[in-house]
Design a protein around this ligand. Structure first.
Ligand SMILES: [Zn+2]
Length: 217
């Protein structure tokens, strides 16, 4: 039996950070990974008339984002973040990967939304026109990297809203910190990513945080 189930939550966190038994940690993390990962789904379609002419593009976009967000290395990172922030995975009911962009709100593109009451998170894509222009300028690989990181940053951000609710400043600050940590881990593993990272983060226009990160429901 995993001893941590018998311990209070705070003690479990300390146990997690102090333990030398990586096997126990891995099993527990895998179970949590599986739980959060299984809640990430492509949202059922509803009214999307303005965008329906690019349906194939948006469908493929959402499938790519689903894969990116469910990837085990990213899920492990999210677990680490949830544990560090003491956010319980059970507070997340569903993460909807929306096929079509949200209508612009006050001139902003909505990247994600969090209904903190229902535990429902929504992640929205960039528009077809934006992606098309980006691809012409930077190529397909950079586009994939950009939209993938944009969705990762959005999920990190919306998960943090579950704890900090409407404290947008705090959530923005922590999103920046956690996303940078995630990128640092990735860069340590793959030095080829450095050039991609530089392109995306030295050009302010294309950071994952461009536009309005979220609309908290
Ligand atoms: Zn926000």
């Amino acid at each position: 039996m995993d001893l941590r189930v018998l311990l209070p939550k705070q003690t479990r966190i300390v146990f997690f950070s102090l333990t030398k038994n990586h096997c126990n940690v891995s099993i527990s993390m895998l179970q949590q990974n599986h739980l959060l990962s299984s809640k990430i789904k492509i949202a059922p379609q509803n009214d999307h008339t303005p965008f329906s002419k690019h349906f194939v593009f948006y469908k493929n976009y959402s499938l790519f984002i689903l894969k990116v967000l469910r990837k085990s290395s990213f899920q492990e990172f999210l677990n680490y973040m949830l544990i560090s922030e003491d956010i319980e995975e059970k507070n997340v009911n569903i993460v909807d990967v929306k096929i079509f962009p949200a209508p612009r709100k006050n001139g902003f593109n909505i990247i994600g939304k969090c209904d903190t009451f229902r535990g429902r998170i929504r992640i929205y894509p960039k528009t077809f026109n934006y992606c098309s222009a980006f691809r012409k300028k930077y190529g397909k690989n950079y586009l994939f990297t950009f939209v993938g990181n944009r969705a990762r940053a959005a999920l990190i951000h919306e998960l943090l809203h579950l704890k900090y609710i409407s404290d947008e400043k705090k959530v923005q600050e922590l999103t920046d910190i956690y996303f940078s940590r995630y990128m640092k881990k990735r860069l340590e593993k793959d030095s080829n990513l450095i050039s991609l990272h530089d392109l995306i983060f030295t050009s302010k226009k294309h950071t994952p945080f461009e536009g309005k990160m979220c609309y908290t429901a």
